[in-house]
Ligand binder design. Structure first.
Ligand code: BGC
Length: 258
């Protein structure tokens, strides 16, 4: 018996050259999946993910595609099908954040954050689902959202708008796509040690303040998130759709009166 939980599956992971996306891509391969590594700019990171996956005896390809461009998302899905003959799992992971007080937010930053974090998952999922429906295949969509799909993040209004939108997109698609046996769920990480918050992680005071809000008393690791992603992508999660799963060390539920 094969005890790898994603044996025979093909997974597409956006933003898989670093951080949570790279961790998920490698973990999926450990569980038997072949992986399409989408990246934008970080060629070295993508190549490193690919060689780690190939060392495990799994197949991987790297595809340079910007999630904010519809035609590039269609090309990404097409490449996966051309190369592997199918794609079972889509992980919408690529994300950016830009901090600014509300009145200082520029149109360019708004467009970047909304396009990468919301438009990207929207059209990547659309292209992914079109193929599944045509082939009458089931599928799994996993969005890497954030605790900030639900929890405020002052000075990150664009990020909150995008992640809040991603929450409702997931809920809507779970209902629209359920009859086609396509599940849609979000993972909402809290503070995870990745490049997206590398500059914050350098500021001791900010890290201390953040840790004071985390009951488990530590910043999360990419592996903390990847384990949940494996479960949601696996056959064990066949009846799981339309929800967000929080991985945040208790951050969201923490409240102090003092
Ligand atoms: C953000 C981080 C932040 C964390 C917890 C994440 O979604 O990317 O910058 O530290 O949420 O607030």
């Amino acid at each position: 018996m094969n005890d790898q939980r994603l044996a025979g599956k093909v997974a597409i992971v956006t933003g898989a050259s670093s951080g949570i996306g790279k961790g998920i891509a490698i973990r999926f391969a450990k569980e038997g999946a072949d992986v399409v590594i989408d990246y934008h700019g970080d060629d070295g990171g993508a190549q490193d993910a690919k060689s780690q996956i190939e060392q495990m005896g799994r197949r991987a390809i790297t595809v340079s595609a910007d999630v904010s461009k519809l035609d590039q998302m269609e090309a990404l899905i097409d490449t996966a099908w051309k190369h592997f003959g199918k794609a079972d799992i889509l992980v919408n992971n690529a994300g950016v954040e830009k901090g600014a007080f509300f009145t200082d937010v520029t149109e360019a930053d708004y467009d970047l954050v909304l396009q990468v974090n919301l438009k990207g998952p929207f059209f990547a999922t659309q292209a992914f689902v079109k193929r599944l429906l045509a082939a009458k295949m089931p599928g799994r969509v996993l969005n890497i959202s954030s605790v900030h799909e639900d929890m405020v993040f002052p000075h990150f209004s664009t990020y909150c708008a995008a992640k809040g939108g991603l929450r409702m997109l997931m809920r809507d698609l779970a209902v629209e796509l359920g009859p086609s046996n396509i599940t849609v769920n979000n993972i909402a990480p809290g503070a995870i040690d990745t490049p997206i918050n590398a500059s914050m992680m350098k500021h001791e005071m900010q890290v201390k303040a953040l840790l004071a809000n985390i009951p488990l008393g530590r910043i999360g690791s990419v592996d903390d998130v990847a384990g949940l992603a494996v479960f949601l992508a696996s056959d064990e999660a066949a009846y799981v759709t339309g929800s967000t799963y929080v991985v945040d060390g208790g951050l969201m539920r923490n409240y102090h009166e003092q």
